[in-house]
Every structure is written in structure tokens, then in C-alpha cells.
Unconditional design. Structure first.
Length: 166
């Protein structure tokens, strides 16, 4: 490759804004499906979905970002992501208002996260890409999905899915 490395990103919309995650972290994109609520979890934690027999925790990105809850529409999607945590890879679903497309972004077209503004910027954003005169906020999913929150959830979903002892 040349001095500029291009990377692929999946773009999606949350509350009217364009966001992206690296495609290497995306396992698949699902239509909105029934989410089973789990008791005593954070508000942004919508619950778990059954993905081919495995319980996958789903979070509402709007609530995680401090925005109003996502209203489910025909475009609402669940982006299934592989998140790196302390104990390895955790599979997590993220609720998005709509999934758009996969784009190529050259490293030269990505600026570092802004150093001003909301806490969201410093905590969750790995950079801001520019594509066709529009900005795309590139999320750092490993930081958004606090590994400890999800390790607990994964254990709960396994426990709830287990057959009762006889």
C-alpha cells in the first residue's frame, strides 16, 4: 500500500447524525427483532436477542450517548459487533436508526477526535472522517462497550438460557 492506508467503515445513523465503525468489528447487520428485557440493567441496555441460539446483549446507542430512546421504525437495525475486552472478544448488538453503507476512508481523510465539547467526544470517538463533503463520526466501539458491563451481561444471558437443574 501507499503512504495512505484506506480502511472500510460501516456507516449508520443515530439521531440524524452519521456514525461509522470499522468493518473488521462488524459481524453482521440484522433487522430489528424481539429484544428480551433483562432485570436490573442500565437504561441503555435494551436486553438480549437470540442469535442462532446464543444470547447477545443489545444496547441503544441513543441512550448510551445521552439522547432520547430510539423509536423503532422499519429502518431500525441491530449491528452485531465483536468488541475486544479484557477477557477476549464479546459479541454485542447496537441499535441504530438506520444502517447506510460500507465506505472507504483514507487515513488522510480522518482527523483525531475533537478535544473540546462533550465528554462523548473524548470517551467514544476515535476520529472524524470526511466523505463526499460530509462528516462521519468514527466510534471507538471497544471503549463504548465497557467490557465489564458486557461480561456481566454475557454471564446473565448464559445463565438465563441454561436449562433448569433437575
Amino acid at each position: 500500500m501507499g503512504e495512505h492506508d484506506a480502511s472500510q467503515y460501516l456507516t449508520f445513523v443515530v439521531d440524524g447524525e452519521n456514525y461509522a465503525v470499522g468493518v473488521s468489528s462488524v459481524r453482521e447487520v440484522l433487522e430489528h427483532t424481539k429484544i428480551t428485557k433483562l432485570p436490573r440493567t442500565a437504561a441503555f441496555m435494551k436486553g438480549i436477542i437470540n442469535l442462532r441460539g446464543a444470547g447477545v446483549p443489545v444496547i441503544d446507542l441513543r441512550l448510551k450517548f445521552g439522547l432520547p430512546e430510539t423509536a423503532v421504525t422499519k429502518d431500525t437495525s441491530i449491528i452485531v459487533l465483536e468488541v475486544r475486552g479484557r477477557d477476549g472478544i464479546v459479541v454485542v448488538g447496537a441499535l441504530a436508526d438506520a444502517v447506510q453503507e460500507v465506505i472507504d476512508l483514507d487515513s488522510a481523510d480522518i482527523e483525531p477526535a475533537p478535544r473540546f465539547g462533550s465528554r462523548l467526544a473524548a470517551e467514544f470517538i476515535s476520529g472524524v472522517g470526511k466523505k463526499d463533503e460530509r462528516f462521519v463520526v468514527i466510534l471507538d466501539i471497544d471503549r463504548i462497550f465497557n467490557a465489564e458491563e458486557f461480561a456481566v451481561l454475557a454471564e446473565e444471558s448464559v445463565a438465563e438460557g441454561a436449562a433448569p437443574a433437575m
